[in-house]
Design a protein around this ligand. Structure first.
Ligand SMILES: *Cc1c(COP(=O)(O)O)cnc(C)c1O
Length: 372
């Protein structure tokens, strides 16, 4: 039997679903380039997690024969304390990716659709397809707008109709890096019909420094159908452990708890996330390094005449104004890995994570070799 024979047996949503596209075979590249490889494709933290997270993982190793706490109580308490919410408002996930998928699984279906922005995060359409829910993609902000390709909340609002159940927003946005102000989000939320849930994906929240963008967490008390997702994979440098979370109304969390696999966050993950959260100094240091390097790198890329989208994240979306494949290939040949954007419908762009100064220099010389 072939894939199609099994697909005929699978639930309808799966027929249109494709596996997540990670961009490059990073393991093969590591084998080829060894320690010289510069990985700028996954928006990972080049400095790594807090040393306290490493210690917590070593401590946790003594208990590997035991199941993790199925409630994640300590991590939830620490998060609740830090974010000023109730522990009952927190849902833990095996990365926020898992939760983003499960919101659609829980709330959407053939009669309950999904709305997202063009150039929204690639997981949102997968979530809609997996739930066999109709997906409406709203146009992004046009060329000439300072937040070009970012979310257009008016267009997203116009795409919402009586069949919409879930809206995915990403702020700041991956893969564009741009953002919309909290005041606009507030107006958007107030304008929505009753049956619509809104996920605000804040995977890059730690990197935000512009005052007009506050976390959507502050809006939770006023908008009961708002869900905010966060992750330990980016600013906290724990992508390999898979820990994310959502904050929402306790009632919504309770519904999601029915679907959650009991031990979805593993034992070292829980311990490391809690320790990383406590090390505010390490996070602040990393965020400051990222800010310095983001400015340094954007200036140099713009000096070469490239269009660099504004960013409040740890990556830059760079538009080469022509097919970006030759630049991508030149970088790969030098052992520098960017994220191709063809899958997002942006063939002239590459998404480049902010590395350390020496990594960013490798990127620039790789581009120079390709004539950019
Ligand atoms: C990286 C990222 C995530 C999170 O990933 P996890 O590692 O699964 O927590 C979620 N949303 C966006 C937009 C991201 O860029």
């Amino acid at each position: 039997m072939h894939e199609n024979d099994f697909l005929a047996l699978a639930q309808p949503g799966l027929r249109r679903l494709r596996p997540y596209d990670p961009g490059h075979d990073i393991v093969a590249l590591r084998r080829r380039f060894g320690a010289r490889l510069v990985e700028l494709g996954g928006n990972e933290n080049p400095h790594g997690p807090s040393p306290r997270a490493r210690e917590a993982i070593l401590d946790a190793l003594g208990q590997l024969a035991r199941y993790p706490d199925p409630l994640g109580g300590d991590l939830k308490a620490a998060l609740a304390n830090k974010l000023g919410v109730d522990a009952a408002q927190i849902l833990l996930g095996n990365g926020s990716h898992e939760l983003l998928m499960q919101f659609a699984q829980a709330f959407c279906g053939p009669e309950a659709g999904v709305v997202m922005s063009r150039y929204g995060f690639a997981v949102y359409p997968l979530a809609a397809l997996a739930a066999d829910a109709p997906l409406t993609v709203a146009e992004a902000l046009p060329e000439g707008h300072p937040m070009h390709r970012g979310h257009d909340l008016d267009a997203i609002r116009a795409a919402v109709d009586e069949r919409t159940r879930l809206v995915y927003l990403c702020n700041p946005s991956n893969p564009v890096g741009t953002w919309f102000p909290s005041a606009d989000l507030e107006r958007f939320l107030a304008s929505l019909p009753e049956q619509v849930l809104v996920v605000v994906d804040e995977a890059y929240a730690e990197y935000v420094e512009v005052p007009e963008l506050q976390s959507a967490l502050t809006l939770l008390p006023r908008f009961p159908r708002l869900i905010v997702t966060r992750t330990f994979s980016k600013g906290y440098g724990l992508a390999g452990l898979r820990v994310g979370y959502a904050v929402a109304q306790p009632g919504l969390v309770a519904v999601m708890e029915r679907l959650r696999e009991s031990f979805n966050v593993n034992l070292p993950g829980l311990a490391a996330a809690e320790a990383a959260l406590a090390d505010e100094e390490h996070l602040a240091w990393h965020v400051e390094q990222n800010r310095i390097e983001r400015e340094w790198l954007s200036t140099r890329l713009r000096d070469r005449g490239l269009y660099v989208h504004p960013s409040q994240t740890n990556f830059l979306l760079v538009d080469f104004g022509r097919d970006a494949t030759p630049y991508e290939e030149a970088l790969l040949a030098q052992g520098v890995v960017p994220r191709p954007m063809r899958g997002y419908g942006l063939p002239t762009c590459l998404r480049i994570s902010i590395g350390t100064r020496s990594e960013n220099q490798r990127l620039l010389s790789g581009l120079e070799g390709a004539g950019a």
